[in-house]
Structures are given as structure tokens and as C-alpha cells.
Design a protein around this ligand. Structure first.
Ligand SMILES: Cc1ncc(COP(=O)(O)O)c(C=O)c1O
Length: 402
């Protein structure tokens, strides 16, 4: 191994971002060392300071996602928990749901679990092409193509569409605005998984007609693990029963969960160190600007694609079109063992990547990489062009030598 390959480059940001935004570590530590208070459970100075930071964090999320109001921002530990609670709290036997064939297990497993326990409930999978996009008629204008396509799967009892904004395997972006318009026309709930796009792409809940937007704090939002949640439109709140109930620090005389927002869905003490960290990362995103982050990520993605486009035996999965994708790239090393390549990239070149099925077996079936999996490199705005060149050289070297 040449001495040239002696760096460590983190390209596993779709799993969890690293490094976190500047100020996150200090904010988490500052809460623990200087504040330490719960919220809604005391009226002293530190408790009020914590209340204020939690409210500001809701306001930052509300502004980021163009949500109706900060009290509709609900904190949970991650998007998986939020998606489970939405499924358990909204759907009933007899309901039908549409998802795509690019969903993460955070949607597929809770739906399968719910189906098993609720005979009569069902879901259908909207098929996608080998580049991870909906199987639309490309000759039609986008809205017409989406309408025509989705109509084929609509049933009289269809209640909701649950869909990821972008694939965690190949980065393909779904047309949320057009899907939202279809949902509105057919009176369907529109539930979106923003795990791979929050903090990377503009999301406008109101313009897109999203009723529930799940988010997770530790990926593109650049915050710590253990904090995530959902942002709700007003219309979905009466249809969504709380699943976890208990102390909220409010209306303690009431033996039932209060209907006030966000207390209806936030029983028990929240992850306050996590919220402090997220507060700092959201401030970083706000001051940097989403477009600046997106431009940087796409510049790096474009460089990586250019560097590797002529590599023999290497196939980029998904679309090379930058407008259609995020900075999550998976590669198939044709005729080679992708798991072994992934291992070598880390061990010999220090390239931190992720191999396997990425919790998305259906997506890999769609992309033609099941069961062998693919090597995923996922970039962040903190990567540099030098790191991308280094990573490209490492991949080309592995292609030649394996
Ligand atoms: C598309 C998608 N949805 C949901 C999740 C689950 O996120 P979390 O583990 O933070 O709940 C992930 C994580 O990889 C993801 O990529």
C-alpha cells in the first residue's frame, strides 16, 4: 500500500452525519453542566431557559419546513419512532396505504407489523425503475404522469401515501409536490419520510400539502443522535391518536392525555441534551443557508461522479443527473464482492463507507443489487474536494487491484 493512502475520510453521512455542526457539542455539554432542568416541571431560572430553547428549536424546525406553527412540532427519539407512532395512531383495519418500492425498513417493518396484527389493513407498493424513480410515463408532463401512475393503485379505502423524499440507497429524489397534489385531489393523508433530505433540500410542508413530516436530527440536520420527531399539519391532528401517554407537566388534574399540542404526543421527559444540540445545528443550517449546503454537496457529488465515470467495472446506481439526486451514491463493483471491496476501502484506504442492503431490501431489489448489496458513499457539506479526489483515487486503485 502506497503511503499516499494514509487518510481517514468519512463518507457515511446517510447513516449519521459526522462531524456535527459547529456548536453542537458545546450546546449539549452546556445543557448538562449549566442548565440540567426539565421543562414544564419547574418555574426557576434554569427551567425557563430550557423552555425557551425547546420552543426556539420548534420554531427553527417550523421555519425550516414551512410548517404551520411551532406547537405542531413534536419531539421523539428518531424518525423510526415517529413513523411507528403515526402508523399505530392513525390506521385501522380496513385502511389501505400506498408506499414506494424505495422505502426504508423504518416504513416497511412497522407496516408489516401493523398488517400482521390488524387483519383487513393492507398496503400497496408503487413500483420504481432501476434508477430508483417512480415508474412514470416519461412522455407526459410530470403532474399528469404522477396522477395517471398513482391512480392505478388507488382503492376506495386508500387513506394515505407514505413515502420517502429521497432514497437512502441511491439518492433519487421523489416529486413531492406532484404526489402531494395527487393526495389533495383524492383526500389522502400525505406522510413524508425526510430522513435523507432534511437539511439537504428545501421542504415546504404547506406548499406540498404534507400532513405529517417525519425528521431525524442526526443526519442532514447535523445534530446529535436520539432526537427526531414529526411536524404535523392541523388537519391530521384529530385523526392521530396518541400511542404513548403519561406525564406532560401540564393539566395534571386530567386523568387522560391532554389534547393540547404538542403535549398530546410528548408524554414523559424529552431528550433535552439532544434538543440543545439540535438547536445549535439548526442555527448553523439557518445561518449557512440550505442552498449553500445543497450547492456544496452537489459540487462534491459532481466531482465524484466525474472522477469515476470511466472506471472499468464500476457502476453508479441511480441517476447521474444532479437535479434528480442527493449526495448519497451507491456503487456496484461488477463481478466483485461488494462487501469485500467495502472492507478494503476502509481497512487499506481509510475510506469510511457502508456496504450491504442499507435497511432497504426492497430498494435493492428495485435497483438490481439484491441480495449482494452495494458500496454506499454519502457526502456532507463538511467534506472537501481534496477528500473526494482522495476517495476517487482509492476506489480506482481498488478497481485495479481487486
Ligand atoms: C430513508 C430513511 N428513513 C428512515 C431512517 C431511519 O432513521 P432513524 O434511524 O434515525 O430513525 C433512515 C435511516 O437510515 C433512512 O435513511
Amino acid at each position: 500500500m502506497s503511503m499516499m493512502f494514509n487518510q481517514r475520510v468519512y463518507l457515511n453521512n446517510a447513516a449519521t452525519s459526522f462531524p456535527k455542526a459547529p456548536g453542537v457539542a458545546e450546546a449539549v455539554a452546556g445543557y448538562i453542566t449549566d442548565i440540567g432542568s426539565n421543562i414544564h416541571r419547574g418555574q426557576y431560572k434554569e427551567a425557563l431557559a430550557a423552555e425557551e430553547t425547546v420552543l426556539e428549536t420548534r420554531e427553527l424546525l417550523c421555519a425550516l419546513f414551512h410548517a404551520p406553527k411551532p406547537e405542531n412540532v413534536v419531539f421523539h427519539k428518531n424518525i423510526t419512532e415517529s413513523l411507528n407512532l403515526l402508523i399505530l395512531g392513525i390506521f385501522k383495519p380496513g385502511d389501505h396505504v400506498l408506499i414506494s418500492s424505495m422505502e426504508h425498513n423504518a416504513i416497511i417493518r412497522p407496516l408489516n407489523h401493523f398488517t400482521r396484527n390488524n387483519p383487513g389493513f393492507s398496503y400497496s407498493v408503487l413500483p420504481c425503475t432501476a434508477d430508483g424513480s417512480l415508474s412514470l410515463d416519461g412522455k407526459l408532463p410530470l403532474q399528469e404522469a404522477v396522477d395517471q401512475f398513482m391512480l392505478k393503485f388507488l382503492r376506495p379505502n386508500t387513506k394515505a401515501v407514505m413515502i420517502t423524499h429521497a432514497s437512502n440507497v441511491c439518492g433519487t429524489i421523489f416529486p413531492l409536490k406532484e404526489i402531494g397534489a395527487f393526495c389533495q385531489r383524492h383526500h389522502l393523508l400525505f406522510i413524508v419520510d425526510s430522513a435523507q433530505t432534511a437539511g439537504h433540500l428545501e421542504i415546504d410542508m404547506q406548499e406540498t400539502g404534507i400532513h405529517a413530516l417525519g425528521f431525524t436530527g442526526h443526519k442532514g440536520l447535523l445534530g446529535p443522535q436520539g432526537i427526531g420527531g414529526i411536524v404535523l399539519a392541523d388537519q391530521i391532528i384529530p385523526l392521530f391518536q396518541p400511542v404513548i401517554v403519561g406525564g406532560s407537566g401540564s393539566h395534571s388534574e386530567n386523568p387522560y392525555q391532554p389534547n393540547d399540542m404538542p403535549d398530546k404526543y410528548e408524554a414523559g421527559t424529552p431528550n433535552l441534551p439532544g434538543i440543545y444540540g439540535l438547536h445549535a445545528s439548526l442555527n448553523y443550517i439557518r445561518t449557512t443557508g440550505l442552498q449553500t449546503i445543497r450547492d456544496k454537496e452537489m459540487k462534491l457529488t459532481s466531482k465524484l461522479i466525474d472522477n469515476l465515470q470511466n472506471a472499468k467495472g464500476l457502476k453508479l446506481i441511480g441517476s447521474p443527473d444532479l437535479d434528480q439526486r442527493t449526495a448519497v451514491l451507491s456503487f456496484d463493483f461488477i463481478g466483485k464482492d461488494n462487501a469485500l471491496i467495502s472492507y478494503k476501502l476502509e481497512k487499506d484506504y481509510g475510506l469510511i463507507n457502508r456496504c450491504g442492503l442499507h435497511c432497504s431490501p426492497l430498494a435493492h431489489q428495485t435497483l438490481g443489487t439484491f441480495p449482494r448489496g452495494a458500496v454506499r458513499l454519502s457526502l456532507s457539506c463538511f467534506n472537501t474536494l481534496e477528500e473526494i479526489d482522495y476517495a476517487s483515487k482509492a476506489i480506482l486503485s481498488v478497481c485495479r487491484s481487486s
